[in-house]
Design a protein around this ligand. Structure first.
Ligand SMILES: *Cc1c(COP(=O)(O)O)cnc(C)c1O
Length: 437
């Protein structure tokens, strides 16, 4: 069944004589996206009272509404207030609450942007924003500040600054296409872009981050897959948050991608009243792996403006990880990460498993609460490493691009550098020392 009763009903209200082929045409879906309260009411039959309407109008003025007919069809209308898809797609007056801890650009993506479209935060990889629009607007979008204000897909000219930057930055070996949704670009432009990037000699892999399999699975056409296949190794990450989103249409899209040979990953966001439950999360993860998708990250909800109602304490995420580690397949569990406000990048967090440690013994606990010890080797001879691989007898045919200097905590652990501490800039105590001298 590719066209269920609800879908037929929605299609009927959009088109007088709905065609099956229209429903599955991604451009038709975008063209008929639900962008106003009136249209939402008309199509779903859900009616809001005067106060609700005025609240919603206010909300949509600041953070616009856009839902594909397909994603709308996943909502259970008889219980829409509690529906996880409704909550992700529709929003409410809570979004207008701004906390002092919230920021328009919490991840400082704009500050870490050397050229238009590129965020360069990590040594060897960049985020390339190749589209300023999505097929629907997620209410929990981390880039909520930008949603709806400049909906366009950039021209080839506009994308060329980013491509130039990657060309001129030899340490970039991994390019992550994001947006907006990169699959909003036409097939032709995607082909062009992937060709441009994969021709750069130092780029080893390209990744695409897209929510299309979730909110508009018909975007995954045979033609798109055959274009993407020309550009292996290409990794694709998608964004399912709730098991209800894994519909037969979504499964079909995922199967096409998996058959195309793309390693598939999923990034979920931990959302209050949507998926902040170990059972819901586990079911989601199991459904993902059944569809050949590896759960990659579980994100703590960012400190973006208007998301306070979605945020959980970090303890909820740790509790969920506790319920996964050991309890289910290792490859079914994501890494729980907090994207550090201010641009520090993703910080993994999980329950503690090391309980204590001596010079040659580690005390650990497992998922059942069993406490155990691991006896460390007495005979291990630490190898002095001065990062000069030519003199080392471990076999590594290193090329000149590999990191030659250690940074961050790695530097504190290394033998090749005598740094003993990392000290924040303008440390008051050290400032005082200088003043004494
Ligand atoms: C998430 C992110 C990446 C990719 O990080 P991975 O941990 O390699 O998936 C790269 N750049 C930016 C700015 C990011 O936010």
């Amino acid at each position: 069944m590719i066209y269920n009763k609800v879908q037929k009903e929605i299609a009927n209200k959009i088109d007088n004589e709905p065609q099956l082929s229209n429903w599955r045409d991604w451009k038709w879906q975008i063209k008929h996206s639900i962008k106003s309260l009136d249209k939402f009411e008309l199509i779903t039959g859900i009616k809001f009272n005067k106060k609700e309407r005025s609240d919603l109008e206010k909300t949509f003025k600041k953070f616009p509404l856009s839902i594909t007919p397909y994603y709308l069809s996943v909502i259970d209308r008889s219980n829409y207030q509690n529906d996880p898809v409704f909550k992700q797609a529709f929003g409410g007056i809570e979004e207008l609450t701004t906390l002092s801890s919230e920021l328009a650009d919490p991840l400082s993506e704009d500050k870490d942007s050397p050229v238009e479209g590129i965020t360069h935060r990590y040594p060897d990889r960049v985020l390339f924003h190749v589209s300023n629009t999505c097929s629907m607007y997620c209410r929990h979008c981390t880039r909520k500040r930008k949603v709806g204000d400049t909906d366009f897909t950039p021209s080839k000219d506009q994308l060329s600054a980013g491509i130039e930057y990657i060309k001129n930055t030899p340490q970039v070996r991994d390019v992550l296409l994001s947006g907006g949704d990169p699959l909003m670009l036409s097939d032709e432009k995607i082909d062009w872009l992937l060709t441009e990037i994969s021709q750069i000699p130092h780029v080893e892999i390209i990744r695409i981050g897209t929510r299309m399999p979730v909110v508009l699975p018909y975007r995954i056409t045979d033609n798109l897959v055959s274009i993407l296949k020309k550009h292996h190794p290409l990794w694709i990450n998608t964004h399912f948050n709730h098991p209800n989103e894994i519909t037969s249409s979504a499964k079909e899209a995922l199967a096409k991608l998996a058959d195309g040979g793309f390693p598939l990953g999923n990034q979920s966001v931990l959302l209050a009243d949507v998926n902040d439950c170990p059972r819901i999360m586990k079911l989601l993860l199991h459904k993902l792996v059944q569809n050949r998708v590896k759960p990659y990250y579980l994100y703590q909800c960012d400190l973006s403006e208007g998301l306070s109602h979605f945020r959980t304490p970090i303890g909820k995420g740790i509790e969920i990880m506790e319920s996964l580690i050991g309890h289910t397949s290792g490859f079914a569990r994501p890494t729980y990460v907090i994207d550090a406000p201010g641009g520090g990048g993703k910080i993994p967090v999980m329950p503690n498993y090391i309980i204590s440690w001596s010079t040659n013994k580690v005390v650990l606990r497992n998922y059942e609460g069993i406490i155990t010890t691991y006896k460390e080797p007495d005979s291990y001879e630490p190898k002095m490493c001065d990062r000069n691989c030519d003199k080392c007898d471990l076999d590594l045919n290193i090329n000149e691009r590999d990191e030659s200097v250690a940074i961050g905590i790695e530097k504190l652990l290394s033998d090749s550098c005598d740094t003993i501490s990392l000290i924040p800039k303008n440390n008051e105590r050290l400032q005082r020392r200088e003043d004494h001298d």
